[in-house]
Design a binder for this molecule. Sequence first.
Ligand code: DAH
Length: 373
Amino acid sequence: MADIEQLNGDAQSRIGAAEDLAALEALRVEFLGKQGSVSALLKTLGKMTPEERQEQGPKIHALREAVQAALTARKEALENAALESQLAAETLDLSLPAPGMPQGSVHPVSQVMDELAEIFADLGFAVATGPEIEDDWYNFTALNMPESHPARAMHDTFYFGDNHRAPKGGRMLLRTHTSPVQVRTMLADGAPVRIIAPGRVYRSDSDATHTPMFHQIEGLVIDKGIHLGHLKWTLETFLKAFFEREDIVLRLRPSYFPFTEPSVEVDVGFAIENGQDGKGRRVLGGSGDEPGHGWMELLGSGMVNRRVLEMSGLDPDEWQGFAFGVGVDRLAMLKYGMDDLRAFFDGDVRWLRHYGFSAFDQPTLSAGVGARA
Ligand code: DAH
């Protein structure tokens, strides 16, 4: 009896202290192997009287089970520890640049979109989206451009074939501007509205300043008693924050868009850098009317046309609003000084290295929206 307890105590402490799987296997052989000490005890059962066996049998079997359980538990603990140390030793830092590979950077278009989202979020605007494959009705008709409207011709639209009929009956197309998101947002959410809608737009057009795909950001505010003053203040505040200068001067010119009445085209004053005009223009402030300064057309805007409000399910006697649309690529070119739009879409890593932004350089209003390349 004392033997059994002593043997168990000895086995438990030595098994618990086994340092590796090899040491553990040696202990298994020592206790439970053919010549093992527990096996030897089991063999004594055969020579016992039935009474002795009845008393000793269960104890010896319990000993064997206790030793076996200790071996199993220790084995599991050793294996877990081995796995832990392997996991600790083999970690892979996926944020590290691959050796010898060019480091990725944030494209100026993404950077500017993030900057715009940050600026407008601060003014209480939410971000809305719409489909790039759009319905004729949202892209044109609901924006007060019915089938025969001449403004449609100015959009150089990519249409889908006749077998792709739109749910509203018209043809499907690649949206030519982000303005259809205005209609979609009003129909889905009603009023009031305060959104920007950034995204890709498409037109069949291609030269140094036009690509078949480019980016726009649409703005829409609908509420009660909204007037041109709200539009002017919003655009001024946005452009000062975007170009990070207080001396920006805007010029609002009467214009025409079917979806706004009145319509306003916004020019920004710029200084001619190094006596150069045309390419490489950067917005540098100045009134535009002084020598060495000029005016540059920047965006379209206006008060949302009553017809558009009606087609978007709102009562124009109750709700008013303003809208604007601006080219994101153009904003990027003006702020960061690129002169050929086509390079935006070449995917040339040397261009990206020059004009791209660090992924760690997130635009925030507190740290400045204008990240430095
Ligand atoms: N959708 C127009 C375009 O692509 C831009 C535009 C002009 C948007 C006036 C507007 C607006 O929201 O009010 O040329």
